[in-house]
Design a protein around this ligand. Structure first.
Ligand SMILES: [Mg+2]
Length: 339
């Protein structure tokens, strides 16, 4: 089997947020083969990511055998090394890697989770990320909640209201999206004493490794992070220095499933937990089902409506089907924002 085409496009759903997630947001990668099979993946980088695929990665992949996923990953990494390594180029490679993995599953006629030694159909617990208050409907439908807070003001009041809404037994986490510093984080953590917060996510900028080293020692609440780190090599220092207790690689940005699996291995050796960013989206969910000893899948982004085949979250749980590959269904003729 040989690769005959590598295509990339950026569908934009109506409710995609008006920030980088639209302008440099998720791209769809389609890899066609002479066997008539097409593999699909989602990466990032918007028009810039598409440019990297069309000008560098496509030429590298045409005529190659798609089965050699890990070898092709190395070739793509080397071809983009001078301008890549982290950020947009790796987001683009992520989409290609996932499309190659999707092909691997379709050739084997197996779900990716089974290729990785896991099972489909079992209940995987989820949490929902909310950007304001937990609604009564969300409180009734979910078992774990993450509050996107950003501002450090009134976090304790928000968490208190959330605890009143969801009760004492369900998990509550908060996400500061790189907006705080060490003292702010410790002040917030002190105010949250007794409210049983599961983790504080990305309190510091992603590059502030020394800051995280200090914070992880001093903060009584576990620290999560990593959604803005790239490749397994990028995670090595975070793992070796134990800068976060919970690692959150995003498979569509970090370099694809090839890199996510390496991160899972490193984390297991170091005794750290992995909880992939947007883990309930199919691209991560197969790895969670197969290799995660403490599975917890984050709710997907509501604007990723053009990725069909996504199983629903029911009563705070999600289950994979036995569809081959990642089990995604793409209606190429009707992608929003693509003509
Ligand atoms: Mg986050």
């Amino acid at each position: 089997m040989k690769i005959t085409n590598v295509r990339a496009m950026q569908p934009i759903a109506d409710d995609s947020p008006p920030d980088w997630r639209t302008s440099l947001g998720q791209i769809l990668v389609a890899i066609d083969t002479d066997a008539g099979l097409t593999g699909y993946g989602v990466g990032g980088g918007g028009a810039a990511g598409i440019h990297v695929i069309q000008t560098v990665l496509r030429d590298l992949l045409l005529g190659k055998q798609p089965e050699a996923v890990e070898d092709l990953w190395q070739q793509m990494y080397s071809a983009t090394l001078a301008f890549g390594r982290k950020g947009l180029a790796i987001m683009a490679i992520s989409g290609v890697d996932l499309a190659l993995w999707d092909l691997r599953g379709k050739v084997a006629e197996q779900p990716i989770a089974e290729l990785l030694g896991g099972k489909v159909g079992e209940a995987i617990p989820t949490y929902i990320t909310v950007w304001d208050e937990v609604s009564p409907e969300q409180a009734a439908a979910h078992r774990a909640f993450k509050l996107h807070v950003e501002s450090a003001d009134d976090v304790a009041a928000l968490v208190n209201r959330t605890r009143e809404a969801v009760g004492p037994d369900r998990e509550v986490m908060i996400d500061a999206w790189m907006r705080w510093d060490i003292e702010t984080t410790l002040n917030v953590a002190a105010q949250l004493d007794g409210l049983d917060v599961g983790w504080i996510e990305e309190p510091l900028p992603a590059d502030d490794f020394d800051g995280y080293a200090e914070l992880v020692e001093r903060c009584p609440i576990p620290i999560a992070g990593g959604e803005h780190e790239f490749t397994a090599a990028g995670f090595r220092d975070i793992v070796e220095r134990k800068l976060h207790q919970v690692l959150q690689p995003d498979v569509c940005w970090v370099g694809g499933l090839t890199e996510l699996l390496k991160i899972y291995k490193m984390a297991a050796t170091a005794g750290l937990r992995v909880c992939p960013h947007r883990g309930a989206e199919l691209w991560s969910l197969h790895a969670i089902a197969a290799v995660d000893p403490h599975p917890l899948a984050e709710s997907g982004r509501p604007w990723m409506t053009w990725v069909g085949g996504q199983p629903p979250i029911v009563n705070g749980e999600i289950r994979l089907t036995d569809a081959p590959g990642f089990g995604v269904q793409i209606d190429e003729a009707n992608l929003p924002g693509c003509s």
